[in-house]
Design a protein around this ligand. Structure first.
Ligand code: ZN
Length: 63
């Protein structure tokens, strides 16, 4: 039996952009969610700190 360590307060270690498959960069904590961003395509992910399965995707508009 293998236990998967879960910590409510820890960041996800690493995220890859689902579009570019490049590592995303952690930005900040916002409204109880962790904001990650891909600097290549501008995709942003908001991940709930209470439920890491809850993910929102955003695209920052190009400037
Ligand atoms: Zn990307």
């Amino acid at each position: 039996m293998i236990a998967i360590p879960l910590s409510d307060d820890s960041l996800p270690g690493k995220l890859n952009c689902s579009t570019c498959l490049l590592p995303m960069q952690y930005q900040t904590k916002k409204d109880g969610k962790f904001l990650w961003q891909c600097f290549k395509c501008g995709k942003q992910l908001l991940i709930s700190s209470e439920n890491s399965a809850y993910v929102e995707e955003y695209w920052s508009p190009p400037r």
